[in-house]
Write a protein that binds this ligand. Structure first.
Ligand code: NI
Ligand code: MN
Length: 227
Protein backbone atom coordinates (compact mmCIF):
# COMPACT_ATOMS: atom_id res chain seq x y z
CA UNK A 1 0.00 0.00 0.00
CA UNK A 2 1.25 3.45 -0.86
CA UNK A 3 0.10 6.46 1.14
CA UNK A 4 0.80 9.93 -0.21
CA UNK A 5 0.62 13.22 1.66
CA UNK A 6 -0.79 15.49 -1.03
CA UNK A 7 -0.54 18.56 1.20
CA UNK A 8 -2.45 20.36 3.99
CA UNK A 9 -4.86 17.58 5.13
CA UNK A 10 -5.19 15.74 1.83
CA UNK A 11 -4.06 12.12 1.86
CA UNK A 12 -4.19 9.53 -0.92
CA UNK A 13 -4.13 5.80 -0.21
CA UNK A 14 -3.33 3.50 -3.12
CA UNK A 15 -3.81 -0.21 -2.63
CA UNK A 16 -6.39 -2.70 -3.83
CA UNK A 17 -8.55 0.43 -4.05
CA UNK A 18 -7.59 4.10 -4.36
CA UNK A 19 -8.90 6.40 -1.66
CA UNK A 20 -8.67 10.15 -1.24
CA UNK A 21 -9.22 11.72 2.16
CA UNK A 22 -10.19 15.43 2.23
CA UNK A 23 -9.39 16.15 -1.44
CA UNK A 24 -8.33 19.80 -1.44
CA UNK A 25 -6.50 20.71 -4.68
CA UNK A 26 -7.81 23.96 -6.17
CA UNK A 27 -6.73 26.83 -3.94
CA UNK A 28 -4.52 24.58 -1.79
CA UNK A 29 -1.14 26.33 -1.64
CA UNK A 30 0.44 23.08 -0.42
CA UNK A 31 -0.91 20.70 -3.06
CA UNK A 32 1.73 19.32 -5.40
CA UNK A 33 -0.56 16.95 -7.25
CA UNK A 34 -3.16 18.12 -9.73
CA UNK A 35 -6.62 16.65 -10.14
CA UNK A 36 -5.66 15.68 -13.72
CA UNK A 37 -2.76 13.57 -12.39
CA UNK A 38 -4.83 11.45 -10.01
CA UNK A 39 -5.21 7.72 -10.57
CA UNK A 40 -8.77 6.36 -10.68
CA UNK A 41 -10.28 7.30 -7.32
CA UNK A 42 -12.65 4.64 -5.99
CA UNK A 43 -13.54 6.32 -2.71
CA UNK A 44 -13.43 9.83 -1.27
CA UNK A 45 -13.69 10.30 2.48
CA UNK A 46 -14.73 13.75 3.70
CA UNK A 47 -14.02 14.37 7.40
CA UNK A 48 -16.04 17.61 7.63
CA UNK A 49 -17.59 20.43 5.63
CA UNK A 50 -14.88 23.10 5.76
CA UNK A 51 -13.58 24.15 2.36
CA UNK A 52 -10.04 22.90 3.00
CA UNK A 53 -11.47 19.37 3.50
CA UNK A 54 -14.60 19.09 1.35
CA UNK A 55 -12.38 20.75 -1.25
CA UNK A 56 -12.82 19.38 -4.76
CA UNK A 57 -14.97 16.40 -3.78
CA UNK A 58 -17.74 17.27 -6.27
CA UNK A 59 -15.42 17.61 -9.27
CA UNK A 60 -13.37 14.48 -8.51
CA UNK A 61 -16.37 12.30 -7.61
CA UNK A 62 -18.12 13.27 -10.85
CA UNK A 63 -15.00 12.67 -12.94
CA UNK A 64 -14.13 9.30 -11.38
CA UNK A 65 -17.54 8.01 -10.35
CA UNK A 66 -16.11 7.70 -6.84
CA UNK A 67 -18.17 6.65 -3.84
CA UNK A 68 -18.15 9.54 -1.36
CA UNK A 69 -18.10 8.61 2.32
CA UNK A 70 -19.23 11.40 4.64
CA UNK A 71 -21.71 12.20 7.38
CA UNK A 72 -25.41 12.28 6.49
CA UNK A 73 -25.63 16.08 6.25
CA UNK A 74 -22.68 16.36 3.84
CA UNK A 75 -24.16 13.41 1.94
CA UNK A 76 -27.41 15.30 1.39
CA UNK A 77 -25.47 18.41 0.34
CA UNK A 78 -23.46 16.40 -2.21
CA UNK A 79 -26.59 14.74 -3.54
CA UNK A 80 -27.94 18.21 -4.30
CA UNK A 81 -24.70 18.90 -6.18
CA UNK A 82 -25.38 15.92 -8.43
CA UNK A 83 -23.24 13.23 -6.77
CA UNK A 84 -25.08 9.93 -6.93
CA UNK A 85 -22.70 7.50 -5.24
CA UNK A 86 -22.74 8.46 -1.58
CA UNK A 87 -22.33 6.37 1.54
CA UNK A 88 -23.30 8.20 4.72
CA UNK A 89 -22.02 7.26 8.16
CA UNK A 90 -21.62 8.82 11.57
CA UNK A 91 -19.07 8.84 14.37
CA UNK A 92 -18.53 5.41 15.89
CA UNK A 93 -20.00 3.71 12.84
CA UNK A 94 -17.98 1.20 10.88
CA UNK A 95 -18.78 -0.15 7.44
CA UNK A 96 -17.28 -2.96 5.40
CA UNK A 97 -17.21 -1.90 1.76
CA UNK A 98 -15.97 -5.35 0.74
CA UNK A 99 -12.55 -4.22 -0.40
CA UNK A 100 -11.91 -1.97 2.60
CA UNK A 101 -13.46 -0.87 5.88
CA UNK A 102 -14.03 2.62 7.24
CA UNK A 103 -14.79 3.72 10.78
CA UNK A 104 -15.51 7.33 11.68
CA UNK A 105 -13.90 8.60 14.88
CA UNK A 106 -14.67 11.63 17.09
CA UNK A 107 -13.17 15.03 16.22
CA UNK A 108 -13.63 18.21 18.22
CA UNK A 109 -14.16 20.92 15.66
CA UNK A 110 -16.83 22.54 13.46
CA UNK A 111 -18.21 21.32 10.15
CA UNK A 112 -20.25 23.91 8.29
CA UNK A 113 -20.17 24.65 4.58
CA UNK A 114 -19.89 28.29 3.57
CA UNK A 115 -21.69 28.96 0.29
CA UNK A 116 -22.66 32.33 -1.19
CA UNK A 117 -22.07 33.95 2.20
CA UNK A 118 -24.45 31.49 3.89
CA UNK A 119 -23.56 28.86 6.47
CA UNK A 120 -24.95 25.42 5.66
CA UNK A 121 -25.19 22.92 8.51
CA UNK A 122 -22.85 20.03 7.74
CA UNK A 123 -23.20 17.67 10.70
CA UNK A 124 -20.43 16.68 13.09
CA UNK A 125 -16.77 16.66 12.15
CA UNK A 126 -14.98 13.31 12.26
CA UNK A 127 -11.73 11.47 11.79
CA UNK A 128 -11.49 8.17 9.93
CA UNK A 129 -9.81 4.81 10.24
CA UNK A 130 -9.33 3.09 6.89
CA UNK A 131 -8.57 -0.62 6.92
CA UNK A 132 -7.35 -2.09 3.65
CA UNK A 133 -4.80 -4.69 2.55
CA UNK A 134 -4.21 -5.65 6.21
CA UNK A 135 -3.14 -2.12 7.11
CA UNK A 136 -4.87 0.54 9.19
CA UNK A 137 -4.52 4.23 8.41
CA UNK A 138 -5.96 6.84 10.78
CA UNK A 139 -6.69 10.40 9.65
CA UNK A 140 -7.57 12.54 12.68
CA UNK A 141 -9.42 15.18 10.66
CA UNK A 142 -9.41 18.63 12.23
CA UNK A 143 -9.54 18.14 15.97
CA UNK A 144 -8.46 19.35 19.34
CA UNK A 145 -6.84 17.01 21.82
CA UNK A 146 -9.16 14.64 23.62
CA UNK A 147 -8.73 11.75 26.00
CA UNK A 148 -10.94 9.62 23.72
CA UNK A 149 -7.88 9.18 21.52
CA UNK A 150 -6.61 6.71 24.11
CA UNK A 151 -9.17 4.24 22.73
CA UNK A 152 -7.45 4.29 19.35
CA UNK A 153 -4.53 2.34 20.84
CA UNK A 154 -6.87 -0.68 20.69
CA UNK A 155 -7.02 -0.32 16.91
CA UNK A 156 -3.28 -0.93 16.37
CA UNK A 157 -2.96 1.88 13.84
CA UNK A 158 -0.14 1.39 11.33
CA UNK A 159 -0.05 4.97 10.15
CA UNK A 160 -1.61 8.06 11.76
CA UNK A 161 -2.01 11.54 10.31
CA UNK A 162 -2.40 14.18 13.01
CA UNK A 163 -2.79 17.97 12.72
CA UNK A 164 -0.07 20.06 14.39
CA UNK A 165 -0.76 23.58 13.07
CA UNK A 166 -2.70 24.95 16.06
CA UNK A 167 -5.34 27.70 16.02
CA UNK A 168 -8.03 25.55 14.37
CA UNK A 169 -6.69 22.19 15.58
CA UNK A 170 -4.16 20.67 17.96
CA UNK A 171 -0.74 22.26 17.97
CA UNK A 172 2.47 20.21 18.00
CA UNK A 173 2.47 19.90 21.78
CA UNK A 174 -1.09 18.55 21.91
CA UNK A 175 -0.43 16.38 18.86
CA UNK A 176 2.49 14.86 20.77
CA UNK A 177 0.14 13.93 23.61
CA UNK A 178 -2.38 12.58 21.08
CA UNK A 179 0.32 10.42 19.47
CA UNK A 180 1.29 9.07 22.88
CA UNK A 181 -2.31 7.94 23.37
CA UNK A 182 -2.91 6.62 19.84
CA UNK A 183 0.34 4.57 19.81
CA UNK A 184 0.54 4.24 16.02
CA UNK A 185 3.46 2.44 14.37
CA UNK A 186 4.19 5.60 12.39
CA UNK A 187 2.85 9.14 12.73
CA UNK A 188 2.91 11.91 10.11
CA UNK A 189 2.13 15.55 10.97
CA UNK A 190 -0.37 17.40 8.75
CA UNK A 191 -2.43 20.62 8.65
CA UNK A 192 0.48 23.05 9.18
CA UNK A 193 2.39 25.75 7.23
CA UNK A 194 -0.31 25.97 4.55
CA UNK A 195 -1.03 29.50 5.78
CA UNK A 196 0.83 31.76 8.26
CA UNK A 197 -1.83 31.20 10.95
CA UNK A 198 -0.99 27.50 11.23
CA UNK A 199 2.80 27.63 11.23
CA UNK A 200 4.49 24.77 13.05
CA UNK A 201 7.82 22.96 13.10
CA UNK A 202 7.25 19.33 12.02
CA UNK A 203 10.88 18.34 12.72
CA UNK A 204 10.55 19.50 16.31
CA UNK A 205 7.35 17.46 16.64
CA UNK A 206 9.02 14.36 15.21
CA UNK A 207 12.05 14.75 17.47
CA UNK A 208 9.80 14.69 20.53
CA UNK A 209 7.76 11.74 19.24
CA UNK A 210 10.91 9.71 18.49
CA UNK A 211 11.86 10.06 22.15
CA UNK A 212 8.83 7.95 23.11
CA UNK A 213 9.81 5.26 20.59
CA UNK A 214 7.16 6.01 17.98
CA UNK A 215 8.34 6.44 14.42
CA UNK A 216 7.60 9.89 13.02
CA UNK A 217 7.98 10.93 9.41
CA UNK A 218 7.84 14.46 8.05
CA UNK A 219 6.41 14.10 4.56
CA UNK A 220 6.76 16.98 2.16
CA UNK A 221 3.64 17.48 0.05
CA UNK A 222 3.79 14.87 -2.70
CA UNK A 223 5.89 12.39 -0.69
CA UNK A 224 4.70 8.86 0.08
CA UNK A 225 5.12 6.06 2.59
CA UNK A 226 5.00 2.37 1.60
CA UNK A 227 3.17 0.24 4.13
NI1 NI B 1 -11.85 22.46 9.61
MN1 MN C 1 -8.92 22.40 8.23
Amino acid sequence: MKVTYVGHATVMIEGSRNILIDPFFNGNPAATLKIEDLPKIDYIIVTHGHADHLGDTVEIAKKHGSIVIANFEIGVYLQRKGIDRIHTMHIGGKHDFGDMKVKLTPAHHGSSILEDGQIIYAGNPAGAIVEMDHRKVYHAGDTGLSKDMELLANDYIDLAFVPIGGNYTMDAEDAFMATKMIQPKVVVPIHYNTWPLIEADPEEFCKKVSEIDIKCRVLKPGESIEL
